[in-house]
Each structure stands twice: as structure tokens, then as C-alpha cells.
Ligand binder design. Sequence first.
Ligand code: NAP
Length: 270
Amino acid sequence: MKQIDIKSAQVGLIGVGNMGEALLVALLKAGAEPQKINFAVRRAERSSELAARYQITPASIEEMAATSDVLMLIVKPQDLETIMERIAPTLNPDALVISFLAGKKIATIESGLGNPAVARVMPNTPTLLGVGMSILSYGSNVRADQKRFVETFLRAAGKSVEVAEPLQDAATATSGSGPAYFFAFVEAMVAGAVAMGIDEDVASTLVVQTIVGAAKMLEESGKSATVLRENVTSPKGVTYEGLQVIAQGDLPGLVARAMQAAADRSRAMA
Ligand SMILES: NC(=O)c1ccc[n+]([C@@H]2O[C@H](COP(=O)([O-])OP(=O)(O)OC[C@H]3O[C@@H](n4cnc5c(N)ncnc54)[C@H](OP(=O)(O)O)[C@@H]3O)[C@@H](O)[C@H]2O)c1
């Protein structure tokens, strides 16, 4: 059986939209050869644009199913059923299928495609900047060389963490949806600053630079969020007063309910 690595694998991408393009960029950054990458999208003009920009070659999805060592599914979840019907008859039995589709279970893909090796990955939007957080689970047929391929590839997209598949919905509600929660918090803080008389542009600069700085402190200081929060909160000081109000509003309860709702939705999409 052919062992694969980033440089030697023939890769097929089914769907190169927002997330697909970010993943393609990561794949190239990880060291994949453009001449070994095929792709399919629906619109002809998008296909020409991608071929010109990345020197990759369009192909039919049936052709890619037959010739790829690694086949990536990056279409919308509702398109999975028809795509599987089209690729099942020609799929290379040694191929690794990587699904990036929200909610879709490994068992669904295994049974729809005749039991190939399947990896399930949930990336998030900062993948577009190479600082993504991907959650990863493997089906039981995935070989060690295929796991190395996935891990090398995802390292170029940011960080990845392997979880047991039943935790995918909870993890999706955490890092998959997480950027949107932080965006909502930024919107609320900008509105709060504007309400106190600061111009929206200035408010936006203050809040964005603050979240960037706070994120860097979390990443680089080695200290927990709790310690960092306590360090900037003197008793009866300015920050203390603000945090008292946040505590009265039960921020942990609100966030937990939001995350539970997202996890439930992810589960319902299976
Ligand atoms: N965006 C995110 O933040 C995010 C985060 C985590 C996971 N995901 C997952 O990533 C997947 C893709 O999301 P997206 O935001 O990238 O969607 P998107 O921008 O709509 O891209 C979908 C891609 O699939 C192509 N496509 C659809 N049907 C096809 C077919 N029959 N044959 C070939 N190509 C086909 C589309 O072609 P055209 O371009 O020609 O229409 C497009 O390139 C979803 O399953 C989602 O759950 C997304």
C-alpha cells in the first residue's frame, strides 16, 4: 500500500469556497505541490480564478475520487448526500477522506463511501490567517501515515487538537463558533464606548487593540485568564466596578447557554 506524505500525496478538493480556499493556502504552505492538487467547484469563473491563482488543476469529482490519495470534502453539509452518491462508485479504496462539514458524522461518511479511512475536522475562520483552531477526530481505518499528513497540514492552518468524536459538537460550539462570540463581545463594547460619547472609529480602535493585546497576553504570558483578570483588578478599583456588573449579569451562565445551544444545533445537523 502506498504511504503518503504532504509532498507525494495526490490531493483532491471538492468545494473551494471561503473555508476551502483557506485550507488550500494551508496545504500549499505545509509543502504540498500545486501540480498534485486537483479541485472542483460549481461555477466556471471561480474555477478559472482558482486555477490561475494557485496553479492547481480542475477535475471532475468522480475523477478525483478515483485518483486522489487524500480527498477533502469542503462543501456545505446539505450537499454531502449527493456528493457521496457521485463519488462512492469510483473512490480509491486506499484514499483518506477528510470531511470539514459541520455536524456530519464519520460513520455517515464511512457507510456512504464503502468504509474508507475518514478524518473529521472542524476548523474555524481564523484559519484564513493561518491562526485557526481545528478540532480533529479519526475513524478506525485511518493509517499512521495518513494521520501524519493531516497533522502536518493542519499545523500550517494554525493549531489542531484531537478529540473523541462525541465531543466534536461541544468543541465546535467552543472554537468553531468562538470567533463569533468574541465578535459579539467586541460589538457590545464598541456600543458601550459610543454610548459614553466616544466616536465609533475611535471606540473600534480601542476595543480591537484591547482584544488583540488581551489575546497575546493569554497566549504568551503562561498565565491563566483568571490570574490575568485578578492582576488587573484592584479591590474597589475601576475594573473591579465593571466586573461587579458583569458578575451580576451572570456572564458564565449566559455563555454556557449560548454554547449549549450551538452544540445542540451541531448535533441536529448530523
Ligand atoms: N466558513 C466557516 O467559517 C466554516 C468553519 C468551519 C467549517 N466550515 C465548513 O466548511 C464547509 C464549507 O463552508 P464554506 O463557508 O467554505 O462554504 P462556501 O463558501 O459556500 O463553499 C462551498 C464550496 O463548495 C462548492 N460546491 C458546492 N457544490 C459543489 C459540487 N456539487 N461540486 C463541486 N463543488 C461544489 C462551491 O462551489 P462554487 O464556489 O462554485 O459555488 C464552493 O466552492 C461547510 O461544510 C462548513 O460546515 C466552514
